[in-house]
Ligand binder design. Structure first.
Ligand SMILES: *Cc1c(COP(=O)(O)O)cnc(C)c1O
Length: 515
């Protein structure tokens, strides 16, 4: 059970029920339910003879049985301990946790989109195919590229798709055996080297300069006839625009390699820069970041990949084809050297609807304004906090996220993790911490364009108050935090190293072992 909050004046009495106020504790569902209990009333089958040849289950499945209200309350109580973008700010750098407009949800629930099946005849889903065509057009136009594959189901899956197109292009040139290396800056998101490695490439890291940028000289030094591609994030994970990107693209192409751009940070530049103009050959777009579809529990991800004319022939199937008035999905196309299929069916339709709704409700100028405001918000935080927190790039304009390090808390007895936990007590979800790895004790803050100026001021005031506590030596405010959360400091290392993933009944309640 929870410790008493540290800042409470009086020690609060222990409660009989174990609940605190109307915020209910809820145990595991197995602890509520009973295995002999079911909400479904069906007579056991008569004269039933299993036809599984002795493979049928001998012991009970052991699922907890609960009535509908018990089950509902369990999950509602859990959900109230959870934090969500609909409850407050989520300043996770690199994640673009922007507001998910309700209009998106309304459109996605239209039966013509929500109740269709991917195997329905094309003549019955023309509206859905038109939506995919319109979204494709917007993504291609906003990125200045040639083609788009809508089917990948997350950013990382999009990386895989783009790199599979690159692998196919290299194989088509007869260089599969020689070009086995992918270049990735040290500041790259972990998915970049993981994608390259999963496809059988080895990864050659590129050091960043002291200014946080990748320099053409460093890329040139790493390029060679063994290099298949570079994977570069722009704006990069330090929140800076890679100013040398055109020169880097030129060097990469001159060496016979391809340019994969990690587009997770596209929110900073939509409507301002077209990655295709910078020399990018492939880039994924996280619809759940830039185009406001829900992250995680709110719905599945979608990571469409745009491709330059160099890679378009290798795009995965299916292709959307227009025959006069009619749209169809086909597996063959003149000149295609497709590497195959990325996913069953055609991608996350519900996310396509949400993303296109967001795009159309903003329009081209509105999308550019969203990017401008995202960048403005991040720079506002940078300027308001740089006198109390340190940053290697404090004086530089940042893009849509601002990066601080832990230099300013050196020898204070407070770590970045402690600081993040104390933010929870203040009702603020922590920023991304310890990423990117190139900066010691990184704190990466991405406010997005969703937050009002008034709220950003409150955020600044809270962080300044916390920073003054660090400097003033109030270590206790941090080391035991969070004091006010439903659970206090957890053993995160233990949870990661020794996770308990299956429920075991406490000793004494277990059935005797089967004979
Ligand atoms: C989020 C992110 C990814 C991975 O995207 P998912 O949709 O989470 O798979 C890759 N690179 C960067 C820089 C990111 O921020």
């Amino acid at each position: 059970m929870n410790e008493q909050p540290r800042f409470q004046d009086k020690k609060l009495p222990r409660t009989f029920s174990g609940h605190h106020g109307l915020a209910h504790e809820t145990g595991l569902i197995f602890e509520h339910g009973r295995e002999d209990f079911t909400g479904v009333d069906i007579d056991p089958p008569q004269n039933f003879k299993p036809r599984l040849g002795g493979l049928e289950r001998q012991s009970p499945l052991g699922l907890p049985g609960l009535s509908e209200p018990e089950c509902l309350r369990h999950y509602v109580r859990l959900s109230k301990q959870n934090y969500a973008i609909d409850a407050g700010l989520y300043p996770l750098g690199s994640c673009t946790m922007k507001h998910n407009p309700r209009l998106n949800e309304k459109m996605a629930r239209l039966p013509g989109f929500s109740d269709i099946h991917p195997l329905q005849p094309f003549s019955t889903v023309q509206g859905a195919l038109q939506l995919m065509e319109a979204l494709s057009h917007w993504l291609i136009t906003l990125t200045g590229t040639e083609a788009v594959a809508l089917s990948p189901k997350a950013g990382a899956h999009g990386e895989m798709c783009g790199m599979m197109a690159i692998k196919a292009a290299i194989a088509a040139r007869g260089e599969a055996a020689t070009r086995k290396v992918v270049l990735a800056p040290e500041s790259a998101h972990g998915t970049n080297p993981a994608t390259a490695a999963a496809l059988g490439f080895s990864v050659r890291p590129i050091p960043a300069g002291a200014d946080g940028l990748v320099h053409p000289e460093a890329v040139a030094a790493a390029l060679g006839p063994d290099v298949a591609a570079i994977m570069l994030t722009n704006p990069n994970t330090c929140g800076l625009f890679e100013r040398n990107i055109v020169e880097i693209a030129r060097l990469v192409h001159e060496a016979g390699a391809y340019f994969y751009c990690d587009g997770a940070n596209f929110n900073a530049i939509v409507g301002k820069v077209r990655p295709g103009d910078l020399g990018v050959d492939a880039m994924h777009i996280n619809l759940h970041k830039t185009f406001s579809t829900p992250h995680g529990g709110g719905g599945p991800g979608a990571g469409p990949v745009v491709l330059s004319s160099r890679l378009a022939p290798f795009a995965p199937v299916p292709f959307l084809r227009r025959d006069g008035e009619k749209l169809v999905l086909v597996e063959e196309k003149e000149g295609s050297q497709s590497f195959g299929r990325m996913a069953a069916f055609h991608g996350q339709m519900g996310m396509f609807v949400r993303a296109l709704t967001y795009i159309l409700s903003h329009g081209g100028d509105g999308l550019a304004m969203a990017s401008e405001n995202a960048v403005l918000s991040a720079n506002y935080l940078r300027v308001c906090l740089k006198d109390v927190m340190s940053s290697p790039f404090a004086e530089k304009l940042c893009m849509h996220e601002v990066l601080f390090d832990d230099h300013w808390m050196k020898d204070s007895g407070v770590t970045v993790l402690d600081f993040a936990k104390a933010m929870i007590d203040e009702g603020i979800h922590p920023m991304t911490v310890y990423f990117p790895l190139v900066v010691h004790g990184a704190m990466l803050i991405e406010p997005t364009e969703s937050e009002s100026a008034a709220f950003l001021e409150m955020f600044v005031a809270t962080l300044r108050d916390l920073a003054f506590s660090v400097k003033g030596g109030d270590v206790e405010r941090f080391t035991g935090a969070p004091y006010y959360a439903p659970r206090t400091r957890l053993d995160e290392t233990g949870a990661a190293r020794k996770p308990v993933l299956t429920y075991k009944k406490p000793i004494g309640e277990r059935e005797p072992p089967a004979a």
